[in-house]
Design a protein around this ligand. Structure first.
Ligand code: 2AM
Ligand code: CA
Ligand code: CA
Ligand code: CA
Length: 268
């Protein structure tokens, strides 16, 4: 993908994201049609599905040769990263959307032959658009995000993570994670993986750890991080695989290895 192609897709996607955001804000106080998915706390609404369909219809029309991976199933099932792929989470943070009416995002990552080309995380209620193009930096609205602080220490870091890390889980022994949360300066839970990753890219938190995430939770946010030096991978330090659901670690490069060290100590 050359710069001109990238620019055109970026502008089109940006316009659609603002349109979809307006649509969500206009309809979010209508009675929400809420269903559950894998468990009673895994929510989905008609607006999640309508928003994904909004993007899929427009992509099919404008770029029939592009592929789509979307959470709500309107996209394709892919086994290869060849070609151009849009990875879409129409509403990331559905529980926040339903219960809090804020702190949710539209997340889109666009890859070409496995390389992250364009990333968006749109905080719909805050009307803040995080966006990045490969090699051209990452921005929050009009403001360029600074490269991440290479001197950051784990003891002075704010870590985004949820409380399941401190409960019995399949990934890592929780006493090690108790030691971890006592080592870092503080922990935060936003409840939208996309906004957590945007916060890492912005340098307002220094890492985000998640026990299980799908490609659409992280694609947009990982591309933002690529542009500021953030490192993204799994709990064993392997690089991000855009076709797999896995535990995720996205971090300031200065603390990434120490986080992986902790996880290694408790890894199951
Ligand atoms: P979602 O709102 O798009 O489903 C919440 O902690 C974060 O984890 C959100 O980004 C949420 O995305 C994501 N998540 C991934 N898998 C989930 C699941 N099975 N149930 C609830 N949230 C999930
Ligand atoms: Ca979901
Ligand atoms: Ca999600
Ligand atoms: Ca979602």
């Amino acid at each position: 993908m050359n710069q001109q192609q990238r620019q055109k897709i970026y502008e089109t996607a940006k316009r659609w994201i603002y349109e979809a955001g307006t649509e969500i804000r206009e309809h979010m106080n209508d009675p929400l049609d809420i269903e559950t998915k894998s468990n009673p706390n895994d929510l989905v609404t008609a607006l999640d599905k309508q928003t994904e369909k909004f993007f899929v219809d427009r992509i099919h029309q404008a770029y029939p040769e592009h592929h789509i991976i979307g959470e709500e199933g309107f996209g394709d099932t892919l086994s290869s990263v060849d070609g151009t792929i849009w990875i879409i989470d129409p509403i990331d943070g559905t529980m926040n959307f339903v219960h809090q009416k804020r702190s949710f995002a539209i997340s889109i990552g666009i890859l070409h032959n496995g390389i992250g080309e364009i990333g968006f995380v749109y905080d719909v209620m805050g009307d803040q658009l995080y966006h990045a193009k490969r090699g051209e930096g990452a921005f929050k609205n009009e403001t360029r995000l600074e490269p991440l602080d290479k001197k950051k220490k784990l003891e002075e870091s704010i870590i985004g993570m949820n409380h399941f890390w401190l409960c019995e889980n399949r990934v890592v022994s929780y006493p090690v994670m108790q030691k971890f949360v006592r080592t870092v300066r503080g922990t935060r839970t936003i409840g939208s993986a996309a906004l957590e990753l945007a916060s890492v890219a912005e340098g307002v938190q220094d890492a985000y750890l998640a026990l299980s995430l799908a490609p659409w939770d992280v694609a947009g946010g990982i591309i933002l991080n690529q542009e500021v030096g953030g490192v993204a991978g799994d709990v064993d330090g392997n690089p991000w695989n855009p076709l797999e659901r896995a535990p995720a670690v996205v971090a300031n490069p200065a603390i990434h290895d120490s986080i992986i060290g902790f996880l290694k100590e408790g890894r199951k």
